[in-house]
Design a protein around this ligand. Sequence first.
Ligand code: CAA
Length: 373
Amino acid sequence: MSFSQIGVVGLGIMGAGIVEVFARAGYQVVGVAESAPAVEAGKSNLSKSLSRAVAKGKLSQAESDEITARVSFGEPFELLANCDLVIEAAPEILPLKIEIFSKLDAAVKSSGILATNTSSLSVTDIANATSRPAQVIGMHFFNPAPVQKFVEVISTAHSDQQVVAQIVELGNSLGKHLAQISDQPGFIVNKLLLRYLNHAVQVLDAGQASKEQMDAAMRELSGYPMGPCELLDLIGIDTCVEILKTIHADTKLEIDEPAAGMVKLVAAGHKGRKSGAGFYDYSEKLDAPTDSNENVKSQVHNDLLIAYLGDCIAMEATGYASKADIDSGMKLGCGLPKGPFEVIESMGIENVRVAQAELAQRTGISAYQPLPL
Ligand code: CAA
């Protein structure tokens, strides 16, 4: 199958980013959103991103114009009728996604593949809302989609393996690195990342470190491009709460319950960058957070890192994902300088296990215990 026209439903930061990825790779793209203002916001997201690339000299104005010319926008789902693939990038609300997929099923030609960019919801539940579940798949991009090179391709028990292979080939044509996985809450990256982000807010809620201390610690001591509170603001705190609810419903672990600090911010409408404020206020340009309390930074860095490495070891041990896919996901999906297994290798697995046991003992949280050998 050749993909000539791609549809995207939902034109928020992720949807507009996905439109840009396909249009840059030479595909004709149709972007659809539920209202005229949402369509305008999508257009504006795309043009801002392209203007930034032009201003930085990464793209010529002529190239930017060509990319823009490949994209058409509108509201009605009928615009998607001839798409070979439609990717849904709506908010993380299962009933909403189910409604969208049943509309897509009616609007898109029968040979069309329908993909969801869900961050954690069941792709199987979404596929069940259509008359073509074998042609429904997860295609999970990372924010900002034009920058992050990783895409998770999620298949279900319904999936037609030919469809999976076609999506993998398509993903490769975008210059992305793909991992193929089965349908589990949070997939590879979000399962690990959201537990880490939630841990950070639990530390913040407990008054053990400030947001600046945590963010500076992860930037300075592990070389992360952003600290956890900055990243929560980038992803959207509301989205993170929804992902955590899905993961928590599966694991039932207290450490996966959305931390109170996040829930309160969302209730106040402080959803992160997209609403102008979250953990930080974005009314003016911010410098990277700094803090000079080296002891607190070292402790919080140790705790966040060790808990996360333990989760990576546990994920690999279940056979859900390989070390290579976990390392690629965290590096190419989140811009981390090293994959977790590279970090474990350099620390020595025995040292990691000792640190896990110490963390579990000090916090009284048994989920931090190392796996039995
Ligand atoms: N759209 C397009 N390009 C963008 C962009 C955007 N929104 N934001 C930044 N960029 C580009 C810039 O143009 C720049 O490109 P060049 O190198 O070609 O010049 C590059 O990214 C770096 O940008 P900046 O210099 O402005 O800023 P930075 O160096 O601080 O990087 C960042 C910004 C790329 C966001 C970086 O901080 C980063 O990688 N952060 C981590 C983000 C992350 O973890 N994402 C995954 C979240 S999880 C997720 O998305 C899944 C989910 O379901 C929740």
